[in-house]
Design a protein around this ligand. Structure first.
Ligand SMILES: [Zn+2]
Length: 394
């Protein structure tokens, strides 16, 4: 009896071991692209640098990114609408990414083209890319868009939560409705889409109002991305994409990069977070009074109360449910990852930072995804869109 028991234990151990070796190998070999990480803003608010050891301080740092198998990181260049001179601010954030690259030439490199991206992967360097999160940063000037493109920005999120004079946001379209002076893209907005297509700059529809989304997707001649959005069917949040939007992105050849934020994955999270906010209002307010961006005042307060937040986080399986849903609705070619790390206070349980990306590959294996499918999800789908936008450009 004992021998048979021992044999079974040994077999289970062997199978588990083979499985774990296999997922790690798949993860290592795949090109992993994360289309949205807010570290440039977090680094300003927390006064830290990407090439330091920031365990326990941020979701990301250079060493952990390498350990998590991240090959391509699109850094989000962002400021809120309260920021004076947002174009200059965006440039300062871009300066800091260039500075990290300058200090770490053997570990990371700035990437502007698919060819440079392939070279970075070959040289085993982190490919740093830039995406500008919010049309307000171009200050209504196409020449500013062009200058940001020259500096390396390869996507523009048409709006953040705030609308611009030329595009309306999801927040404004859902809360201000008919009182908005315009809805969707204006003539300037349409010109911006055309110029982005010419330049080979990806149109990012995350944060956009539905009217802006439809105007942009009907106008663009190139595939779009949602750099950090999840699925409306699971969580009725205005930042998530409805079925007809997901189908339209697939038809356009674009990719939806899933956001890890607990509040976009789990429909019960927002209430818990609001209750938390009410309990800790004075803490948040005093940080804002000291000059912290409102978004980060909330995030940093939640980080101080880790135990309270921990119980609010959804399971990792919920992120996989969102992913499965898109695959079943439109196919394997239209989904990727846009973590939103360092712009959110909490993702699903187990995903505590960039070092935990391999757990997604493990979970994909457990759900029966094959090697080729995993490679598409982790990065190849994005690479396809990046290439398609660059073709016939420049
Ligand atoms: Zn965002």
């Amino acid at each position: 009896m004992l021998n048979r028991f021992a044999l079974i234990v040994l077999m289970v151990f062997a199978i588990t071991n083979v499985f774990s070796q296999k997922y790690k190998k798949i993860h290592e070999k795949a090109v992993l692209v994360d289309t949205h990480n807010d570290f440039p803003s977090a680094s300003i608010e927390k006064k830290v640098s990407f090439d330091s050891d920031l365990r326990g301080v941020t979701h990301s740092d250079l060493a952990r990114m390498r350990r998590g198998g991240v090959d391509v990181q699109v850094f989000s260049i962002f400021c809120g609408p309260e920021q004076q001179q947002p174009y200059a601010f965006a440039n300062r954030e871009i300066d800091s990414v260039y500075e990290w690259v300058r200090r770490n030439p053997t570990r990371m490199v700035m990437v502007k083209t698919p060819l440079e991206l392939q070279r970075a992967i070959k040289e085993k360097k982190l490919a740093a890319m830039l995406g500008v999160e919010g049309g307000h940063m171009i200050e209504d000037k196409i020449e500013n868009l062009e200058k940001l493109y020259v500096r390396g920005a390869r996507y523009l999120t048409l709006t953040w939560n705030n609308s611009t004079s030329w595009a309306t946001s999801a927040l404004d379209e859902t809360t201000k409705g008919d009182s908005l002076p315009h809805k969707g893209l204006t003539d300037l907005g349409k010109k911006i889409i055309e110029r982005m297509n010419e330049l080979g700059m990806l149109i990012d529809v995350s944060h956009n109002g539905e009217q802006t989304f439809w105007d942009a997707i009907n106008l663009t001649k190139k595939p779009v991305i949602a750099s950090h959005s999840s699925v409306w069917a699971f969580c009725h949040h205005r930042r998530n994409l409805k079925d007809d939007q997901i189908k339209a992105i697939a038809k356009n050849g674009g990719v939806i990069h899933l956001n890890f934020y607990a509040g976009f994955l789990d429909s019960t999270y927002e209430k818990k977070a609001n209750d938390f906010g009410a309990r800790h209002k004075s803490e948040v307010d005093s940080m804002i009074a000291r000059g912290t961006q409102p978004n980060y005042a909330r995030i940093m307060t939640m980080e101080k109360h880790k135990d309270e937040v921990e119980s609010m986080r959804p399971p990792l399986s919920l992120l996989l449910d969102h992913l499965d849903y898109i695959v079943k609705l439109v196919g394997i070619d239209y989904v990727g990852l846009g973590s939103d790390f360092d712009g959110i206070e909490a993702g699903p349980k187990e995903l505590n930072g960039v070092q935990d990306f391999p757990l997604i590959t493990k979970a994909l294996r457990e759900r029966g995804y094959g090697k080729k499918e995993i490679r598409k999800i982790l990065g190849e789908n994005f690479l396809r869109v990046f290439k398609a936008n660059q073709l016939e450009s420049n």
